[in-house]
Design a protein around this ligand. Structure first.
Ligand SMILES: NC(=O)C1=CN([C@@H]2O[C@H](COP(=O)(O)OP(=O)(O)OC[C@H]3O[C@@H](n4cnc5c(N)ncnc54)[C@H](OP(=O)(O)O)[C@@H]3O)[C@@H](O)[C@H]2O)[C@@H](O)CC1
Ligand SMILES: Nc1ncnc2c1ncn2[C@@H]1O[C@H](COP(=O)(O)OP(=O)(O)O)[C@@H](O)[C@H]1O
Ligand SMILES: [K+]
Length: 480
């Protein structure tokens, strides 16, 4: 798992290390790593033009020390202090000793820069760029220079990924010790560019439980169910899919398509589209409903394209097996029916559905996704997978790390792809995964399938995402 830690945790780990090391040792490590990445990006350091945007804190100090290292290798380095009088004194002295200078005209040096180091704010920044930093940041972005953010793009909220105002979009972010939540969660993530992690010796002093974790191929491979010699279709799990309506018959087909490729031994479809489902997928068991009369299942997925069938949602939530609720199911559910459950529940809203469940505006969810997913999970006592540009998965117990899906791709923003995801995650639930793991594996496979389907750079449909799921399993298994 890739992990991310909150500022408070990073600071106490840093303090522990600083107590054992000579003064400035940590900052020098950070700056050396930063300078190495800048040199790599410049290709030829000698004769290159580098501008340092320097804030009042240690983030500016990192930029100054890295600038000094580049100046020693022959770069022309100019510092632009944004809080004159509060510039890191030792860093500034090091830069001057190495032949760097303080810019007389920031806009002139920015106009001809090859590389800009953004050291305005790091983990100490709050509330977006301040007014005096904004014209300089805009000039940097408007130049042809490569922009390298120090630790974080300046102007983002490190712990939440929120952007409360303006921030400076980077091409590359060099982060120290460990990822911060803002590097994994939109909207901040989108401003970080490529993230490079520099080891400053922090890992051994960090707590074992991070704020966020983001799975990789081998983590997902370890979660996927595998049939054994004793397996039969019932032991592998039967997933019940309650989806589709006269108005949205396609949702039933897409949810079943996802469910058939999720590892359960059988898919039992319940609803109005039974005929269309068997015609397209003859391996499906079908029933007209209601769900309670449809036969045994090990998990239910209810909601995609369901229309107004509130009774079906209520009936499924009254069952004693794991239940996934998506789409119309989220609109129709009664909160008490969820909080009363003893078997696990997985809710899979997009930002609009999450906003309705929380009683807030959609923008509020989109700008503060981490807070929204945690709040939903706590309030409903359920695992919540919040879909969108960054998909997040939270458990009701707030001490458990929120998982961030790294595989999402904007190609998934196509009608019906959420239906495929519900079927797939429901199937993994039926196969015995916990809602937390089923959601994690489903989001990952779903994103990877979309990437595979869109490999040629052509638009994809949700049916194609479902068809690429076996290739995604194969890919994950092959590496994991
Ligand atoms: N600790 C360590 O050992 C190591 C730390 N390291 C580095 O230190 C960084 C953290 O340094 P930090 O704590 O000094 O905070 P930092 O991010 O520089 O910014 C705070 C300053 O900015 C100001 N400011 C705040 N908001 C602002 C805004 N919106 N717009 C403009 N200004 C704003 C605020 O000023 P004030 O509010 O007082 O006016 C304050 O002075 C960390 O990210 C990493 O790069 C590495 O070297 C590894 C070792
Ligand atoms: N910009 C984006 N980047 C990455 N993934 C996205 C983006 N927009 C949507 N998605 C993904 O696409 C899927 C859409 O699901 P949903 O909103 O339920 O749509 P639908 O109801 O049409 O099926 C989700 O898996 C979501 O995470
Ligand atoms: K920065």
């Amino acid at each position: 798992m890739r992990t991310a830690y909150r500022v408070e945790t990073v600071r106490s780990a840093e303090a522990e290390l600083i107590a054992r090391l000579p003064e400035d040792a940590l900052m020098r490590r950070a700056a050396a790593g930063l300078a190495a990445v800048c040199a790599e990006l410049l290709g030829r350091v000698y004769g290159s033009r580098v501008v340092l945007l320097v804030g009042a804190g240690a983030n500016g100090g990192d930029a100054l020390y890295a600038g000094a290292a580049l100046a020693r290798r022959g770069a022309g380095v100019h510092a632009v202090p944004l809080a004159p009088g509060r510039t890191h004194p030792a860093g500034l002295a090091a830069l001057i000793r190495a032949g760097g200078r303080v810019a007389e005209d920031p806009f002139a040096v920015l106009a001809s820069a090859d590389l800009v180091v953004d050291g305005i704010t790091g983990i100490g920044g709050r509330g977006g760029l301040r007014p005096d930093a904004i014209p300089v940041a805009r000039a940097a972005r408007g130049s042809n220079a490569v922009i390298v953010a120090v630790d974080l793009p300046s102007g983002v909220e490190a712990d939440s990924g929120e952007v409360l105002g303006e921030a400076l979009r980077a091409d590359v972010t060099v982060t120290f010790g460990v990822h911060k939540p803002a590097l994994l969660i939109d909207p901040a993530r989108a401003l970080a560019g490529t993230v490079r992690l520099v080891d400053i010796g922090l890992e051994p002093v960090l707590p074992s439980v991070p704020e966020l974790e983001s799975p990789q191929h081998h983590d997902v491979a370890a979660l996927l169910p595998e049939p054994s010699g004793e397996s039969d279709k019932y032991r592998r799990g039967v997933v019940g899919v309650v989806a589709g309506s006269a108005r949205y018959p396609g949702a039933a087909l897409l949810a079943v398509a996802g469910a058939l490729r999720g590892g359960a031994g059988a898919v039992r479809y319940v609803g109005h589209a039974a005929e269309a489902v068997v015609a397209r997928f003859p391996e499906t068991l079908v029933h007209a409903g209601p769900p309670a009369k449809a036969g045994r299942v090990q998990a239910w997925a209810v909601g995609p394209g369901l229309g107004e069938d509130r009774d079906a949602v209520r009936e499924v939530l009254a069952s004693g097996v794991p239940v996934l609720v998506d789409a119309d199911g989220l609109r129709l559910l009664d909160a008490g029916d969820v909080t009363r459950r003893t078997a696990p529940t997985l809710l899979t809203p997009h930002a609009g559905e999450a906003a309705a469940l929380l009683g807030v505006a959609r923008e509020e969810v989109e700008s503060a996704r981490l807070a929204a997913v945690r709040e939903l999970a706590a309030r409903y006592g359920a695992t919540v997978l919040l879909k969108g540009s960054t998909t997040l998965i939270a458990e009701p117990d707030g001490r458990i790390p929120v998982r961030v899906d790294p595989m999402g791709t904007p190609w998934l923003a196509t009608a019906g792809s959420g239906d495929v995801l519900s079927g797939l995650a429901g199937s993994l639930l039926a196969a015995g995964l916990s809602p937390y793991d089923a959601a994690t594996a489903a989001a990952y496979l779903h994103g990877l399938a979309a990437r595979i389907a869109a490999a040629e750079g052509v638009p994809i449909t949700s049916s194609e995402v479902a068809r690429a799921l076996p290739a995604a399993w194969h890919d994950v298994r092959a590496v994991g």
